[in-house]
Design a protein around this ligand. Structure first.
Ligand code: IMP
Ligand code: MG
Length: 176
């Protein structure tokens, strides 16, 4: 299994970048109290590391969307869990593991806009800009990964490998 992935971002590199992002968010939102939303499950490690270094009176919340179709989903996207916080007139930061086609975030942002927040920004651990299909731009990006399938630090392959403390690129997905 191990010889089927290649580490591309080490744990140390992740921690350094997360600290930089937290410092940037802290500066950008000075005197504000943003609601920071974790997109489950993929963003969980990024979110917990990041929010603990944001030096502001934040509120945290969680949402879970899935693009899998099943009996309870009417559209392409399925809301498994929505946020519970009131975000009317609040500044919202969405923390996502990876922005790929952008469809998940595009859908979620429309849902949030209906609740009339003051602002919405996106903080993505990984941005796959080359693969974008809809007009979504992350405001804060941990790392750019142009192509390939990545696992670790929350990112899964068929629900596995999320717990790896680094990010690795899968060499042959059929062997995982
Ligand atoms: P989007 O709606 O196409 O932007 O999809 C984003 C979701 O696809 C992410 O939240 C991930 O769950 C999943 N995803 C996309 N690329 C990867 C990858 O390289 N590794 C793991 N998950 C991925
Ligand atoms: Mg996922």
């Amino acid at each position: 299994m191990k010889d089927n992935y290649k580490v591309i971002i080490t744990s140390q590199e992740i921690q350094k970048r997360v600290s930089q992002l937290a410092a940037q968010i802290t500066a950008d939102y000075a005197d504000k109290s943003p609601v920071v939303i974790c997109m489950l499950k993929g963003a969980v490690y990024f979110f917990t590391d990041l929010t603990r270094q944001i030096n502001l009176p934040i509120m945290i919340d969680f949402a879970r969307l899935s693009s899998y179709r099943n009996g309870t989903c009417s559209s392409e996207m399925c809301v498994i869990a929505d946020i519970t916080a009131t975000i009317t007139n609040k500044d919202v930061i969405i923390v996502e593991d990876i922005v790929d086609s952008g469809k998940t975030l595009a859908y979620f942002i429309e849902m949030l806009k209906a609740k009339n927040p003051r602002s919405i920004k996106i903080c993505a651990f990984i941005d796959k800009l080359e693969r974008r299909e809809v007009d979504i731009k992350a405001d804060y990006v941990g790392f750019d990964v142009p192509c390939g399938f990545v696992i670790g630090y929350g990112l899964d392959y068929a629900e596995k490998y999320r717990e790896l403390p680094f990010v690795a690129e899968v060499i042959d997905p059929s062997k995982l």
